[in-house]
Design a protein around this ligand. Structure first.
Ligand SMILES: NC(=O)c1ccc[n+]([C@@H]2O[C@H](COP(=O)([O-])OP(=O)(O)OC[C@H]3O[C@@H](n4cnc5c(N)ncnc54)[C@H](OP(=O)(O)O)[C@@H]3O)[C@@H](O)[C@H]2O)c1
Length: 233
C-alpha cells in the first residue's frame, strides 16, 4: 500500500528538497503541501482518507517549517491520527510540551538534525570520554538566513558533550554567512594536541533523505515520542 505524504513547510528550502525526493519515490501516492499561507490545522481528511489515516501506516507527515508551523502540523496530525516527523528547530518549552502531549496520541519523531552523518558523529564523540585535562568547544556555521542561533544540532551536541565529559562547557560558537548548509565542529584541546571532529552537510537533500527514511520507519512504530537515537542504534 502506497503512502500519502503531508508536507508542512512545503515552500521552504528543505520542503522543496522533500518534494523533489517524494516525487521520485514509488512508495508515495499523493503529496499534500502546506505552508504559512496554506494551513491545515482545521483540515480534517475526507471520510475515505480518514479511514486510511486511522491505520497510521498509509499517511505520514513531515514538518520543516517554524515553531508556529510545527504547532499547526501537530494539530493536523493529532486530529487525523497521522504519524509526524519534524526537523523544525528554534523551539521553546511550549513546543516541546505540545510534542509530548501529542505523542500520547500519535507517533512523533523530532530531531534537530536528520542526517545520518551527524548521528554517526554523535556516536564517535563518545570516544572523548576518557580524555583528562582537555578543553572542549563546539562551533557551528550556517547560511546567513538561518533564524535560530546556536543551531538545534549544536545544542544537541553540547548536551551530548557535557554528558560525555561530565563538564560544564562554554556555549557553542555560532557563525552565520553565505549559503553554508551546516558545519558542526567539536574541538578537544590540550597543551599537547587538538582533536577535531567535524560534520559538513554538502547539500540540503541530506536532511530531506534522512527525514523521509525516518518517516517510513515511523509508520511502523507505535504511538509515542521518538528521536534519532531510537531509529539509528
Ligand atoms: N532537522 C534538520 O535536519 C534540519 C535541517 C535544516 C533545517 N532545519 C530546520 O527546519 C526549519 C525549516 O528550514 P528551512 O531552511 O526549510 O526554512 P525556510 O526556507 O524559511 O522555510 C520555512 C517553511 O515553513 C513555512 N512556515 C513558516 N512559518 C509558518 C507558519 N507559522 N505556519 C505554517 N507554515 C509556516 C514557510 O511557509 P511560507 O513560504 O508560506 O512562509 C516555509 O514553507 C527551520 O527550523 C530549520 O532550522 C532542520
Amino acid at each position: 500500500m502506497k503512502t500519502d505524504l503531508h508536507l508542512f513547510g512545503a515552500t521552504g528550502k528543505v520542503g522543496l528538497e522533500l518534494i523533489r525526493l517524494a516525487e521520485s519515490n514509488k512508495d508515495i501516492k499523493n503529496i499534500y503541501k502546506y505552508s504559512s499561507k496554506q494551513n491545515a490545522e482545521s483540515l480534517v481528511l475526507s471520510k475515505k482518507n480518514q479511514n486510511v489515516a486511522h491505520t497510521l501506516a498509509h499517511n505520514v507527515a513531515i514538518d520543516f517549517s517554524s515553531p508556529k508551523g510545527l504547532d499547526r502540523a501537530i494539530d493536523f496530525c493529532v486530529k487525523n491520527k497521522i504519524a509526524l516527523v519534524s526537523g523544525t528547530t528554534g523551539l521553546d518549552k511550549s513546543n516541546f510540551e505540545k510534542m509530548k502531549m501529542a505523542s500520547k496520541k500519535i507517533a512523533l519523531f523530532w530531531s534537530p538534525n536528520m542526517s545520518v552523518g551527524v548521528a554517526t558523529l554523535r556516536k564517535a564523540m563518545k570516544s572523548l570520554a576518557h580524555l583528562q585535562n582537555y578543553d572542549f568547544q563546539i562551533e557551528e556555521i550556517h547560511h546567513r538566513r538561518k533564524k535560530d542561533s546556536p543551531s538545534g544540532t549544536a545544542k544537541l551536541l553540547q548536551t551530548d558533550l557535557e554528558n560525555i565529559t561530565g563538564l560544564d562547557l562554554p556555549a557553542p560558537v555560532s557563525i552565520r554567512g553565505g549559503g553554508v548548509f551546516g558545519v558542526h565542529k567539536i574541538f578537544a584541546m590540550s597543551e599537547d594536541d587538538v582533536i577535531t571532529f567535524e560534520h559538513q552537510a554538502l547539500n540540503r537533500a541530506v536532511f530531506a533523505r534522512g527525514a523521509m527514511e525516518a518517516a517510513f520507519w515511523l509508520t511502523r512504530q507505535k504511538v509515542g515520542m521518538y528521536s534519532m537515537d531510537d531509529w539509528i542504534k
